[in-house]
Design a protein around this ligand. Structure first.
Ligand code: AP5
Length: 222
């Protein structure tokens, strides 16, 4: 069943630390009708709340492995179904990451556009080492890109910033490996369907205006 014709489905793909979260937030400011589903943020929320899923997922996440497909498909369907049923447009960030997840998605919806971010590995490693987050809200800071107003504190709550457990060197290496072996082939899969457009570079501030221009040029956003 396809959802209402006026709802649109956008995916953002890219390596760990490639700026998916950063670019998604910029997109939501310009295309405010979209509901953002970030599987990383959803999982981290489950981990914090110590749900059954959070407990199962934590070990995979901390070591930089992908969480098993069945858990991820259930998680996304649970979060996205009310929006799909209401005919709302969705921006999916971090899903699908395997061919199996892509197939599951195709059973419930159509995909309009895939934005693929292509960022060099050296840039990724530097960024992740410099990333600090406010765990309760998921707000992301970096001392070289968007530093907090007060060192080590969240701008809104003043609470402590921490590093993500999976931003340690060994986990970063594993995440890059899973990306290259398992997720990167999805880019070709969507390119073959004529859906993917790749944006290369090292700076989200330069990449984003190109993404925006591209989205505005598609009939979905005009
Ligand atoms: P997830 O949270 O999706 O992690 P990820 O893909 O590794 O991506 P990141 O969140 O690290 O980075 P990002 O691309 O959003 O970059 P950001 O904008 O923060 O997933 C975590 C884990 O959950 C996975 O490892 C896996 O275990 C599991 N998981 C999730 N989805 C799954 C699925 N579908 N299937 C199976 N398992 C799944 O930017 C990075 C940093 O760079 C930030 O500090 C930012 O401030 C900084 N930055 C951004 N732009 C710039 C710039 N222009 N200049 C300088 N710094 C910049």
């Amino acid at each position: 069943e396809r959802p209402e014709e006026e709802s649109h489905f956008l995916l953002i793909l890219g390596p760990p630390g490639g700026g998916k979260g950063t670019i998604s937030k910029k997109m939501l400011k310009d295309f405010s009708s979209f509901h953002h589903v970030s599987t990383g943020d959803l999982l981290r929320q489950h981990v914090r709340q110590r749900t059954a899923l959070g407990i199962k997922a934590k070990g995979y996440m901390d070591s930089g492995e992908l969480v098993p497909d069945n858990l991820m498909i259930d998680l996304v369907m649970e979060d996205a179904t009310p929006y799909l049923e209401a005919g709302q447009s969705l921006l999916l960030d971090g899903f699908p990451r395997t061919i199996e997840q892509a197939m599951a998605l195709e059973k419930v919806t159509h995909i309009d556009v895939v934005v693929n971010l292509d960022v060099p590995t050296d840039t990724i490693v530097e960024r992740l080492a410099d990333r600090w987050i406010h765990p309760a809200s998921g707000r992301v800071y970096s001392y070289s890109y968007n530093p907090p107003k007060v060192v080590g504190k969240d701008d809104i709550t003043g609470e402590d910033l921490v590093q993500r457990d999976d931003d340690k060197p060994e986990a970063i290496r594993k995440r890059l490996e899973s990306y290259a072996n398992i997720t990167a082939p999805l880019v070709k899969y969507y390119e073959d369907k004529g859906l993917a457009k790749t944006f290369s570079g090292t700076k989200s501030d330069i990449i984003y205006p190109q993404v925006k221009k591209f989205l505005e040029s598609t009939h979905f956003f005009s």
